[in-house]
Ligand binder design. Structure first.
Ligand SMILES: *Cc1c(COP(=O)(O)O)cnc(C)c1O
Length: 368
């Protein structure tokens, strides 16, 4: 565990983000808490969402995530859905779904087959993911057509799909609209076969930000709850709920041509270097090398190789007077711009940085 490098999570900002989303729609909000709630800690985040935001249902990617949450916090009063890696055809795993009343999202005919033929799953709600054009998981419309008659008595509790391109500004007739049309057809197929569809959901952050897909039973925000907007130019003005901070552990001046750290990475000009205790075992990326952040008005460039436990910030020599050992360095802060700028310099997405904060980093929770 670290002490000087930590992720500070402000739950009041989570509440503000949540309330803004809820104010946009009459749909119920089903927060995604997969991947340790996008790196923010699945247990405290889920507890806060359920107890302070009155959320009733949460989404994970794997059964293990849901089980971990229930193990850590047995009293949590929330329904859990597992959206991708369900393993429902494994009979032992099927027992765990039943025992904990966790709902798997079935995404292919063999999943449905496994549920229908397993007597111990005869009461689990049927939740189906439809492939409307993302072409990753989900029943095709042809597959739905084929299985619909078998669902007649049982009905479908929840029908959902996932958008591939909702982070692009919406235009009539674009991919997201076409996926929505396919989703409506999917629903029709079931209803025409006499299968009742109780609930639906389609929208992730990109869609919600653009007020698209809000007329279903649920919306499923992930990123926008925790941080930056998906859509650029940005519409959503939520907060980054986390600040990722570290401290300077050493400073020194370098002359142009001096090699620094592993390998031969020489200073391109005279400068001032701060060593910070944040390596790839803390933020699991190496491509941060070369990226620039601004600290106390000074430009700081991640320089040379990122080590397991440390990396280097390179400053202009004139910055030296404003920095000393022990000073705090904010890698990203509550302004969404900081994590968006950093991730775009690294040619990746904010999700990657948020999920890249490893378990060596303590999560510190506060409310305003
Ligand atoms: C992760 C996920 C979401 C949330 O996506 P964001 O882009 O983070 O809002 C929604 N639905 C499903 C099925 C997901 O897996």
């Amino acid at each position: 565990m670290r002490h000087s490098t930590y992720l500070e999570i402000n739950l009041s900002l989570l509440q503000e983000n949540y309330s803004k989303i809820q104010a946009m729609t009459r749909a119920r909000v089903l927060p995604m808490v997969k991947a340790d709630a996008y790196g923010n800690g699945i247990v405290p985040i889920s507890q806060f969402l359920v107890e302070e935001c009155q959320v009733e249902r949460l989404g994970c990617a794997t059964l293990g995530e849901a089980l971990f949450l229930f193990n850590q916090f047995p009293a949590l009063n929330a329904e859990m859905m597992v959206f991708s890696d369900t393993e429902i055809s494994n009979p032992e795993i099927a027992e765990a779904y039943k025992h904990y009343a966790i709902t798997p999202v079935l995404h292919q005919p063999s999943d449905l087959e496994a549920v229908l033929k397993n007597p111990s799953l005869k009461n689990i709600p049927i939740v189906l993911k439809v492939n409307t054009g993302m072409n990753r998981l989900g029943f095709t419309l042809d597959e739905l057509e084929k299985i619909s008659s078998r669902l007649k008595g049982r009905g479908v509790k929840h029908l959902m799909t996932h958008f591939a391109c909702s982070y692009y500004p919406l235009k009539n007739g674009d991919k997201t609209h076409r996926q929505m049309d396919e989703f409506k057809k999917a629903r029709k197929i079931l209803e025409n076969a006499g299968v009742e569809v109780e609930e639906t959901s389609v929208a992730n952050s990109g869609a919600i930000e653009q007020h698209f897909g809000l007329d279903e039973t649920f919306v499923r925000p992930g990123l926008m709850l925790y941080g930056p907007p998906s859509v650029e130019p940005k519409i959503w003005d939520g907060h980054q709920i986390s600040r990722f901070v570290t401290k300077i552990i050493k400073t020194f001046d370098v002359k142009k041509g001096t090699p620094v750290g592993y390998g031969i990475n020489v200073a391109g000009e005279d400068g001032f270097i701060a060593v910070i205790p944040m390596g790839y075992a803390d933020l699991s990326v190496t491509t941060i090398s070369g990226a620039e952040i601004v600290i106390k008005g000074h430009k700081a460039k991640f320089f040379a190789r990122v080590n397991m436990d440390m990396c280097f910030l390179f400053f202009h020599p004139s910055s030296a007077k404003d920095f000393k050992v022990g000073d705090q360095i904010e890698i990203w802060g509550h302004s969404n711009q900081t994590i968006s700028d950093l991730s775009s310099q690294m040619k990746t997405i904010p999700y990657h940085l948020m999920c890249g904060v490893t378990n060596r980093i303590p999560r510190i929770y506060k409310v305003k």
